[in-house]
Design a protein around this ligand. Structure first.
Ligand code: ZN
Ligand code: ZN
Length: 254
């Protein structure tokens, strides 16, 4: 599996871009940063878009992506998530007010976007990979994912506060090479992290310890750019070589 990190920050400012990972050239995991960084040749190869939740930093480029895809004559791109997330998108984004309803453009039978509902805690095959959504703890309905190709893969928390089910799965699931985990705020902002459904390094470390995952490779994501230096400093103080920030633009192979 090839995972390209198109964006991995908790805000879009300057060169910092928001969450979007491109898997095997064709599957997007979140759509915070797509048309900003991929040209038409690469956009044309996208066949499936998996969404974790509807906060704009995870879906904003969906609107420009679908426009470009329809102009290129691409149809039947799957928009994949659990029902709760798909419903929010159709009621609040592709509602002919904020953006046209691209699930019926250019026609109902040949629309650019085909919503595809998947079930919580169940594996679903998408091209060569399988994904399993897990309900996370956030301010809107949000799912994290186990992503696997054959017997190997990774897990992604998306945006989340402490979530028992995710870490229990991480402990039990076989073949997980690494976990991409939300650390949005520095430790001194633990209260803001709690009320906004995110984590600090302290909260993350507490979970890794509690679930015997202290040696698991961890990539931290969703850092608010304004706190980047502070969080990097906190990380260096930990002295944990298996934990590092995800880097925008990097490609991970597994
Ligand atoms: Zn969010
Ligand atoms: Zn976010």
């Amino acid at each position: 599996m090839k995972i390209e990190i198109l964006g991995c920050y908790g805000n879009s400012i300057g060169d910092f871009k928001t969450t979007s990972f491109l898997i095997d050239d064709s599957i997007l995991l979140d759509a915070g940063t797509v048309t900003d960084v991929l040209n038409d040749e690469r956009l044309k190869k996208i066949s499936n878009i998996i969404i974790t939740h509807t906060h704009l930093d995870h879906i904003k480029d969906l609107v420009f992506l679908v426009d470009e895809l329809v102009m290129m004559g691409r149809y039947n791109i799957e928009l994949i998530s659990v029902k709760q997330v798909l419903d929010i998108i159709s009621n609040n984004l592709f509602n002919n007010l904020l953006w046209p309803d691209f699930t019926v453009i250019p026609s109902y039978d040949n629309a650019v976007i085909k919503p595809r509902e998947i079930k919580l805690n169940e594996y679903t095959q998408i091209n060569d990979i399988t994904v399993k959504p897990i309900l996370m703890t956030h301010t809107v309905y949000c799912v994290g994912y186990v992503v696997k190709n054959n017997d190997r893969g990774f897990m992604f928390t998306s945006d989340t506060g402490p979530t028992k089910a995710f870490w229990e799965t991480a402990q039990q699931e076989k073949g997980i090479d690494f976990i991409i985990a939300d650390v949005s705020f520095p430790n001194r902002m633990g209260e803001l992290a709690r009320i906004s459904g995110h984590m600090t390094l302290d909260i993350l470390m507490d979970h890794l310890k509690r679930y015997n995952l202290e040696k698991k490779p961890i990539f931290i994501t969703h850092i608010k750019p304004i706190f980047l230096e502070e969080i990097i400093h906190e990380l260096s103080q930990l002295g944990k070589p298996n934990i590092r920030p995800l880097i925008q633009g990097e490609t991970i192979h597994l």
